[in-house]
Design a protein around this ligand. Structure first.
Ligand SMILES: *[C@@H]1O[C@H](CO)[C@@H](O)[C@H](O)[C@H]1NC(C)=O
Ligand SMILES: *[C@@H]1O[C@H](CO)[C@@H](O)[C@H](O)[C@H]1NC(C)=O
Ligand SMILES: *[C@@H]1O[C@H](CO)[C@@H](O)[C@H](O)[C@H]1NC(C)=O
Ligand SMILES: *[C@@H]1O[C@H](CO)[C@@H](O)[C@H](O)[C@H]1NC(C)=O
Ligand SMILES: *[C@@H]1O[C@H](CO)[C@@H](O)[C@H](O)[C@H]1NC(C)=O
Length: 307
């Protein structure tokens, strides 16, 4: 049937589009995955509770990483008072449960704005990240992040010396969750922030009201605009395709129901009922003479063939 044939084509097209959307990760997420791999490489003769410093590939010089393996029971009961800039209190629960986990610390250094661009804000510190992974396979790559939550008191983050900024009037803690969505919180002291969850953190100051767009020109800026434009175009095309698919589906359902109805009437006709054929809406359909109302096909009340 021509209808289902078209449907198959549209469905496969949409699957390809969505697959592309799902598999194309943001640069920051790709970086997380790469840094997980490189942080795990620091575990040569791994002991639990020891902080190992990782080596990043040469093309990412300026980023520093560390890895710390812990039993999740120990993390929960004892916390880990000083993991780089993070002070991890007791009561941190890892989800889903694993026996041992690795806490990967990242400091993006001078790559901060490349991976976490924040328009209207100026970073006063580099982005630092705290992510958790299962420690079951220390040569594992592309591992999914584990969730964790500080159930008793928050994890505190000490940013040390801030970049002094003339414009800086009201610095904020910035938290990026893994979807890359930025959320703003107040500082707990001049250089400390708090978090209950995993993610990437920094202190930044809102400069959108102060300097009218510092205009970071150059290729990265254009790339950002065009990628935004592509997202909009992609969204529009996606919407259109879904619309087309939906109408195809409705068309198929209508046709299917129509055919089913005709088949049912044919079956009754073969069963020996005295039927009289009348032209209904251009399709030949059997009708029981006089005793029933004529079958009228959906959306075809106006068809000229009715008599
Ligand atoms: C950096 O190098 C690593 C290993 O050579 C590679 O996997 C990665 O894609 C590179 N990343 C960037 C951002 O160039
Ligand atoms: C960061 O600094 C290192 C040298 O310390 C340099 O190799 C690298 O290109 C810099 N990264 C960026 C994004 O400027
Ligand atoms: C650990 O991960 C590596 C890389 O993904 C894989 O090749 C290896 O089979 C895994 N080992 C175990 C024991 O699952
Ligand atoms: C912070 O600043 C002080 C004084 O300017 C300096 O002595 C110290 O080394 C700095 N600390 C770090 C971690 O950069
Ligand atoms: C930053 O400041 C501008 C102007 O003062 C304001 O409109 C904007 O809402 C602020 N942004 C955030 C995220 O607070």
């Amino acid at each position: 049937m021509e209808c289902t044939h078209n449907l198959v084509i549209w469905v496969s097209l949409i699957c390809v589009l969505f697959l592309h959307q799902c598999t194309s990760q943001s640069p920051a997420r790709e970086l997380d995955s790469l840094l997980q791999d490189y942080a795990y490489r620091a575990f040569l003769h791994p002991h639990t509770g020891i902080i190992y410093t990782g080596q990043v590939p040469a093309n990412l010089t300026g980023i520093s990483i560390s890895a710390l393996r812990l039993r999740s029971g120990s993390l929960r009961k004892r916390g880990f008072p000083t993991y780089m800039q993070f002070d991890i209190p007791v009561g941190v629960i890892v989800q889903p449960y694993v026996e041992r986990l690795v806490l990967v610390y990242q400091n993006l250094g001078n790559w901060t704005s490349d991976y976490y661009p924040l328009t209207g804000f100026t970073y006063l510190t580099p982005i630092i990240g705290l992510l958790a992974y299962d420690a079951a396979n220390l040569s594992g790559t592309n591992l999914p992040e584990l969730d964790f939550v500080a159930s008793e008191s928050p994890i505190s983050i000490d940013f040390g010396n801030l970049t002094t900024s003339a414009a800086g009037t009201d610095p904020k803690c910035v938290w990026f969750d893994l979807n890359g969505v930025a959320q703003f919180r107040d500082l707990v002291s001049s250089n400390k922030c708090e978090t209950y969850r995993r993610g990437h953190f920094a202190i930044a100051v809102n400069t959108s009201g102060i300097s009218p767009s510092p205009a970071p020109s150059g290729p990265t800026h254009h790339k950002k605009i065009s990628s935004k434009a592509w997202k909009i175009i992609g969204g529009a095309v996606g919407g259109l395709v879904v619309l087309v698919l939906l109408s195809m589906l409705i068309c198929c359902i209508v046709r299917y129901r129509r055919e089913k109805k005709v088949k049912e009437m044919e079956r009754q006709s073969e069963a020996g009922e005295a039927l009289h054929f009348a032209r209904v809406g251009g399709a030949q359909a059997p009708v029981a003479l006089g005793t029933r109302t004529q079958p009228v096909l959906e959306n075809e009340y106006t068809a000229a063939g009715l008599s």
